[in-house]
Design a protein around this ligand. Structure first.
Ligand SMILES: [Zn+2]
Length: 156
């Protein structure tokens, strides 16, 4: 698979310490196009749609904002939004997004018992954009990775 120049530039910006301290790739060593392609296949396998998942995350974010920083119950989920601290550019260079953090977990599980990536999903405005526009769920091991299996289990 040949790497597109725009993907190569985006990839360099995803490395730790460029746009964010931790970067977007976690401990994933696959080329960017492969990460995207494999998550696209996983979405198809699970019957998920990128646009629909992005819309659901957006709805959860907007509902969570009503809690003004306190956890708020939205259906079967507990949503909490943190303060936005500045803006973050998309690694592909097509927009600026609030550097916020929205956490979503099952409402019936105590918050302190939730483990990130297992019961708790954490995302930002940029995560929603990356998912919707670039079909990029972030690399394996990235704290903001939107794992397709976990997404389906939690928000559907
Ligand atoms: Zn973008």
């Amino acid at each position: 698979m040949k790497t597109k120049p725009e993907d190569r530039m985006a990839y360099e910006k995803m490395l730790p310490g460029v746009l964010t301290a931790q970067g977007f790739l976690g401990n994933d060593i696959r080329p960017l196009a492969e990460i995207i392609m494999e998550d696209e296949q996983e979405f198809i396998r699970l019957g998920l749609d990128f646009e629909d998942v992005a819309n659901r995350l957006e709805v959860l974010k907007q509902a969570g904002e009503k809690g003004l920083g306190e956890p708020i119950t939205v259906g079967k989920l507990l949503v909490q939004t943190g303060d936005a601290r500045g803006m973050l550019p998309c690694p592909w260079g097509d927009g600026l997004y609030h550097k916020n953090a929205i956490s979503v977990q099952p409402a019936d599980k105590p918050q302190e018992a939730c483990v990130e990536g297992e019961d708790m999903l954490i995302f930002s405005d940029l995560s929603i954009h990356l998912l919707r526009v670039h079909h990029f769920c972030q690399g394996l091991g990235s704290p903001f990775r939107l794992d397709p299996v976990f997404l389906k289990q939690l928000i559907y």
